[in-house]
Design a protein. Structure first.
Length: 110
């Protein structure tokens, strides 16, 4: 996936998060927040254990949809809990997504 497309998906997920807030009752939000908190911890733990990572790899590891992982990554970035940075002009250029202070330039294997 190219960096621009990934950025668009993250921004769309952030916008969708805010839209959902106005529709859900507080009991459901509480349950969702508990689940999301646990998944966020799993995502951060997995990311920090890898040399390189992308949303598809995380999705497979946690048995979640890619769109769910994009949503979670967007939330973690917005909260400053992870940094996500894509560089380069090639679609196979990515950077590691990791906890604060752990950004590393990487290239996918061809």
């Amino acid at each position: 996936m190219n960096p621009i497309e990934m950025s668009r998906e993250v921004m769309a997920a952030i916008s969708y998060t805010y839209d959902l807030e106005s529709y859900s009752p507080s009991e459901l939000r509480s349950l969702f927040d508990d689940w999301l908190s646990e998944i966020e911890s799993l995502v951060i733990r997995f990311v920090n254990s890898q040399r390189q990572v992308d949303p598809d790899t995380i999705a497979v590891h946690l048995n979640l949809k890619r769109s769910t992982i994009i949503f979670i990554l967007g939330k973690l970035v917005r909260e400053g809990r992870i940094s996500m940075h894509a560089t380069g002009t090639k679609p196979d250029s990515i950077t590691k997504i990791a906890g604060k202070g752990k950004i590393q330039k990487l290239r996918r294997k061809k």
